[in-house]
Design a protein around this ligand. Structure first.
Ligand SMILES: CC(C)(COP(=O)(O)OP(=O)(O)OC[C@H]1O[C@@H](n2cnc3c(N)ncnc32)[C@H](O)[C@@H]1OP(=O)(O)O)[C@@H](O)C(=O)NCCC(=O)NCCS
Length: 173
């Protein structure tokens, strides 16, 4: 079945539904590989509704919400922030790029990435950069087939656990 998604900018009024989706996707993707304490800590710190609302209100953050069949199916979050040394100075961070589990493998990742690229270019960025956990093979495969290249490894902390992420970069054009 071909699905035509609708993508729009997120606003503060989306905080609750977005926090729900982010929590659910984080648990679906990572909970089986982390302790319950580390998962809970990450979710409380990053996906509390107040925290998500604050980020939605922050001009350095852009949220792109993807709807499929009238449901929120995923989102991308772009952040303007200092880049790691291995990343070009004009790069924007693709900080989160989440599809809800029922929508994996349904061709929705590409339109969401296209929208993130368009938004980043409109903000004057030369590249996107992101980090992806070494134990997330599906996302790594997706980023590879989408043209991201490796810029090394970088630590990422979940609760008490210091993990190893791949640092990936994509030139925009
Ligand atoms: C990352 C994400 C947006 C990609 O969207 P998607 O719909 O899964 O993407 P696709 O299905 O087009 O591509 C995934 C690829 O990984 C492959 N894949 C699936 N499981 C895999 C595995 N265990 N190991 C290696 N490759 C795998 C798929 O076959 C597919 O490749 P193909 O198109 O050549 O067959 C989505 O998986 C997602 O939201 N995951 C949960 C949250 C997440 O991990 N976000 C990224 C955080 S950095």
């Amino acid at each position: 079945m071909h699905i035509t998604p609708v993508i729009r900018l997120g606003t503060v009024s989306d905080a609750e539904v977005l926090a729900d989706l982010a929590r659910r996707t984080f648990v679906d993707t990572y909970a089986h590989l982390n302790t319950p304490e580390d998962t809970d800590h990450y979710i409380r710190t990053h996906f509390d509704v107040k925290q998500v609302a604050a980020e939605l209100a922050d001009p350095d953050h852009v949220f792109l919400l993807l709807y499929a069949a009238a449901q929120l199916a995923g989102f991308a979050q772009l952040i303007r922030k200092p880049v790691p040394p291995a990343v070009p100075a004009g790069a924007l961070n693709l900080s989160r790029y989440y599809l809800d589990r029922p929508w994996l493998g349904k061709g929705l990742a590409q339109p969401l990435l296209d929208a993130a690229k368009q938004s980043a270019m409109a903000q004057g960025a030369s590249h996107l950069w992101l980090t992806v956990w070494e134990k997330n093979p599906r996302a790594i495969a997706y980023y590879q087939k989408s043209g991201f290249t490796s810029a090394g490894l970088i630590p990422f902390t979940v609760g008490q656990d210091v993990q190893t992420d791949h640092l990936l970069v994509l030139a925009l054009s």
